[in-house]
Design a protein. Structure first.
Length: 258
């Protein structure tokens, strides 16, 4: 079998959360570029419209869906819209996330809830909704949760984020244990520091550049560095992979410390 066939997603329907910016845009573009119809989910409708238009110009199929991943009713409506446009969602990319910084002793309760809610609770909500629908439709599928190397090692100033991403990794294993025998594979990607529009200014500053000294690859990641693992986990190329977390960080986590 040729690689183009192995990673082909023709006939698949993907839903990507946090698809209005950053890695979510890249994930949606890569899935669409390899044949999947893509439902773009986020809160910023203007951004979603632009991503949708770009995918369609490239020959792909996409629908923009405005929804807050912390609103379970909105999530259900989002899946309804995706199904109305393309059919049952068979690939979920749980990408929506937020970050924070600061000492744990100074972290307000509202900020803790915002970070853990978006990075962990919403991952479960979306995975649960996707799985229920795949099982009801008797469809095989893949759930891909976006974790982080900061869920695998301790780092200062990100207690809520680190705890949430560690939870995503454990949740991935638990869901895989329950769903794989029904044909729904569940895996996670744990990126290192990937340059996006949200962090570019800091990572490319002199202070940020110092961090590359701890990365064996000698550089920060680019969004395209996640393309391969995304397609592996979404396609039949990864048909026997479930419950795994793939670290993509240029070797950084081999020596990451707080």
């Amino acid at each position: 079998m040729k690689s183009a066939e192995l990673f082909d997603l023709t006939g698949q329907v993907a839903l990507v959360t946090g698809a209005s910016s950053g890695l979510g845009v890249r994930f949606a573009q890569v899935l669409a570029g390899n044949g999947a119809a893509v439902a773009l989910v986020a809160r910023r409708t203007d951004r979603l419209a632009a991503v949708k238009a770009e995918i369609k110009r490239a020959g792909g199929r996409a629908v923009a869906i405005a929804a807050d991943v912390l609103d379970r009713a909105a999530i259900a409506r989002g899946f309804d819209e995706a199904e109305a446009a393309f059919g049952t969602v068979t690939i979920l990319v749980n990408n929506a996330g937020v970050a924070h910084g600061g000492r744990a002793v100074d972290l307000p309760e509202a900020e803790w809830r915002r970070v853990v809610g978006t990075n962990l609770d919403a991952v479960f909500y979306c995975a649960q909704e996707a799985a229920r629908r795949m099982l009801a439709a008797n469809k095989r599928g893949a759930i891909i949760n976006i974790a982080s190397i900061l869920g695998l090692a301790v780092h200062k100033g990100i207690a809520a984020y680190g705890a949430a991403k560690a939870g995503v990794i454990q949740l991935t294993k638990s869901l895989a244990m329950e769903l794989t025998f029904r044909g729904v594979r569940v895996n996670a990607i744990a990126p290192g520091f990937i340059i996006t529009e949200l962090n570019r200014e800091f990572l490319e500053s002199p202070e940020g550049a110092k961090m590359t000294r701890d990365i064996p690859a000698g550089r920060f990641g680019e969004a395209r560095d996640l393309d391969g693992v995304l397609l592996l986990l979404a396609s039949d190329a990864g048909r026997y992979i479930s419950g795994a977390t793939y670290v993509v960080d240029g070797g950084q986590s081999t020596g990451l410390r707080g």
